[in-house]
Design a binder for this molecule. Sequence first.
Ligand SMILES: [Zn+2]
Ligand SMILES: [Zn+2]
Length: 153
Amino acid sequence: MSAAARERFAAMSAKLKASGLKSTPQRLAVMKLLAESKGHPSVDDIRARLQKKFPGISQATVYRTIQLAKSLGEAYEIAFAGSGSRYDGRKPHPHPHIVCLACGRIIDPELRSLGEMTREIAAASGFAITTFRLDFFGLCPACRNNKNGSRKT
Ligand SMILES: [Zn+2]
Ligand SMILES: [Zn+2]
């Protein structure tokens, strides 16, 4: 576990404790995975990865724990119409994503122009911007190189 992931997990478990809800081993395991996963896992991804340690852990348990982390401000949901949600516990605040349309990989781009873009939109619209969602879609380098790859569309 990286230092950043350890820090994220410590923040999550502290908030869970402060919330007065039980820090069950399953809840902590879900939050630990959220804290260390770079790949923006789905509920199913997390359930599959915890199956070995917690045989029979249900999708509902994983889902409710993620919602709990979200309500504590410790996880960010990337919702997609049709294909369900993916989650980021490393960066629990809104941030841009790049989504591969072929393999479903999601990464966090470094976007230096984001602040500038926000100011431009605020000035042009007169809105006080409080949050945003910004997703880019395309083919990742691996899928661009894989000519035999099958596209999920
Ligand atoms: Zn891809
Ligand atoms: Zn992310």
